[in-house]
Ligand binder design. Structure first.
Ligand SMILES: N[C@@H](CCC(=O)N[C@@H](CS)C(=O)NCC(=O)O)C(=O)O
Length: 197
């Protein structure tokens, strides 16, 4: 029974699922579309037409966190820290990232965020990072790309991030992960948002 991942090339939620598969060495089929397009067959798996979506046999999932939990559980991978307090902070970080930091990150890449909001975003990331000692697992996978993109597209923000030791350590770990690099090498959305060229 194979996994089929429906995604578009720019969706950060899809990237972390792809990165998790790479990290686990799990093969999967991919139905990919350009940014803003829907991959063929998506409707059958994702009733709201959202990406990413994942099918596995009869199972159809359309939230990346649920996919991560499922795939990790199947492969005996610890998505979260064992310690309840640490796990709670990791989950808080994950939720905050999804709710607002992904949008803030994208706005920063595109130069559409005022410096004050980029600084607020870094403040919150730092606040969460100092409370999270474990850099392994889902956390690194989903956030390791942050610094790579900043370094390429907003070097001054990358510098600001490096001035914060908790974030610098965290970014260095994330950047060292092959699966993070592989997932983000595919990113082709930057030109669409006017970041490149
Ligand atoms: N919580 C969802 C968020 C997914 C999400 O927002 N996907 C965007 C693309 S990156 C999407 O499908 N947007 C179109 C829509 O909501 O109809 C997840 O983690 O999978």
């Amino acid at each position: 029974m194979s996994f089929v991942l429906y995604r578009d090339v720019g969706c950060p939620f899809a990237h972390r699922v792809a990165a998790l598969f790479a990290h686990l060495g799990v093969t999967y089929e991919e139905r990919s579309a350009l940014v803003g397009d829907k991959p063929a067959g998506l409707e059958a798996v994702s009733p709201a037409g959202r990406i990413p979506a994942l099918s596995h046999g009869e199972l159809a999932l359309y939230d990346s966190l649920v996919m991560g939990e499922y795939v990790a559980a199947l492969h005996g991978f610890a998505l979260w820290a064992d310690d309840p307090g640490e796990r709670a902070v990791e989950q808080l970080l994950s939720r905050r990232y999804d709710e607002s930091l992904v949008g803030g990150t994208m706005a920063a890449f595109c130069g559409q965020a005022p410096d004050s909001s980029v600084s607020d975003m870094l403040d919150e990331l730092e606040w969460l990072a100092v409370k999270t000692t474990r850099h392994m697992g889902w956390l690194a996978i989903q956030l390791g790309s942050f610094q790579m993109l900043l370094r390429e597209h907003r070097p001054e923000v990358a510098e600001a991030l490096l001035a914060r030791p908790a974030l610098a350590a965290w970014a260095a770990f994330g950047e060292s992960q092959d699966c993070v690099r592989e997932a983000w090498q595919e990113v082709a959305f930057a030109p669409k948002f006017g970041v490149i060229g």
